[in-house]
Design a protein around this ligand. Structure first.
Ligand code: AMP
Length: 188
């Protein structure tokens, strides 16, 4: 199954995505993690991404789409994958559709996790990742609203979008996620 997890930073895409991927044998493809790793290793990509990440801004669409194209071609992604943090803009969503179409594939599901904005801010401040300072968190939420939230309408109009409440315990959210994906009977 090819799944996209959509939703603002701090909503729980990483936590839920990790479990969903692990329990079903699919790789979790997290563009944020891939970029942080590149920054840590000091690769050319990492050097290009570092300042943007620290400022809470997005890495260019073509760079990130190239990364996802390569990653989704790996053998472990053959039967499915969970995308966390990609696509984040309409051009990225178009690229994703295009790259899947070229392989005769399509997304099975796009799930949007939702929590109230005050709660997001609190969660992000607690998370204490290096790119989670107050100013960066605020910028990341603005970038989400302006550039990523339009994907809700984008996927909504293609009737592939499911919404899942992201408040409540991790367990409750996970159950709702499985249900939205039609996987509840198959959970381990
Ligand atoms: P995340 O861990 O998904 O919150 O991503 C951390 C940071 O990496 C973001 O604030 C962006 O600077 C960058 N990033 C991650 N995914 C993308 C993407 N799909 N497009 C552009 N930038 C991204």
């Amino acid at each position: 199954m090819r799944v996209v997890l959509l939703g603002p930073p701090g909503v729980g895409k990483g936590t839920q995505g990790k479990r969903l991927a692990e329990e079903h044998g699919w790789p979790l493809i997290s563009t944020g993690e891939m970029l942080r790793e590149a920054v840590a290793r000091g690769t050319p990509l990492g050097k290009q991404a570092k300042d943007l990440i620290e400022a809470g801004l997005l890495v260019p669409d073509d760079v990130i789409s190239g990364l996802v194209r390569e990653r989704t071609e790996e053998p472990d992604a053959h039967d499915g994958f969970v995308l966390d943090g990609y696509p984040r803009t309409v051009p990225q969503a178009d690229s994703l559709d295009e790259m899947l179409l070229q392989r005769g594939l399509k997304l099975d599901s796009v799930v949007c996790l939702k929590v109230p904005e005050e709660e997001l801010f609190k969660r992000l401040r607690l998370r204490q990742r290096q790119d989670d300072t107050d100013a960066t968190v605020r910028r990341r939420l603005v970038v989400y609203r302006e550039q990523t939230a339009p994907l809700i309408a984008y996927y909504g109009s293609k009737q592939r979008l499911r919404e899942v409440p992201g408040s409540g315990s991790t367990e409750e959210v996970y159950r709702s996620l499985l249900e939205a994906l039609g996987l509840n009977g198959r959970a381990v």
